[in-house]
Design a protein. Sequence first.
Length: 273
Amino acid sequence: MMSIFYVAQLELLIARRNMWVATSVILMALFSVVLTLAGGAPTGSLGVDPLMVAVTSITTLSVYLIPLIGLLLSFDAIAGEAERGTLALSLTYPLSRGEILIGKFLAHFAVLSFAVAVGLLLTAGLTIARYGAGDLSFMPLAKLFVTSLALGAAFLGVGYIVSAKVRQTGVASGIVILIWLICVVLYDLGLLGALVADGGGTFTKSIFPWLLVANPADAFRLINMSAETVSDLASGISAAGGVSGLVGQLTSLLLWPVFALFAAWLAFRKIEP
């Protein structure tokens, strides 16, 4: 167990040296502050919980930003060592490849957790300072924090898979950006196009809900959407809630990190120093 923490400590030092810690924290903090201040403007006249408005805005941000941070933290975890020539040395230590991978994951997960925590604490602090804490509900904020960590963990695992498959960090970085683009942008556009083409047929009622929940980014979005934000016209999203429900969304979001880390471990085992 101690060997895992030694690996994690080393990875934290590398992340700090490469400015990933500062970059992640600054990105989350900056966007959280901007969205909290901008999104809270109409709450007084509409009578809406200002913290709920902030959480909704940050959910929209997080579904794009957290996967990107996770991929950028992990894409060179193995490929970077292979390119620098330190991977062969690391594999000579009395550590299993699983221990090395878990140690790297713990370090990167800690960086991600810290960045998300800073952003959400700033959101809570700004909202309390402007409106007071009396009528605010903090449960959506706590749910957003936990699900953000699960989403980030899933994309950390995906980044490790790419890093174990590719020996050049330049190639790995290009692949993870493409994965990010597909998962958080093009996937939904493809589903939307299929919905329009289907016109309310079998795909819309039976296949689309499961495809939506299967994407961890969409599962995260559905979990953190308030009931008021779901339009009755969005029949596919409503179906996703009715067919698979919260249990299916949580299952997708929690299984993705496990599956991705397992696949990364299998890929890492095949690397010859």
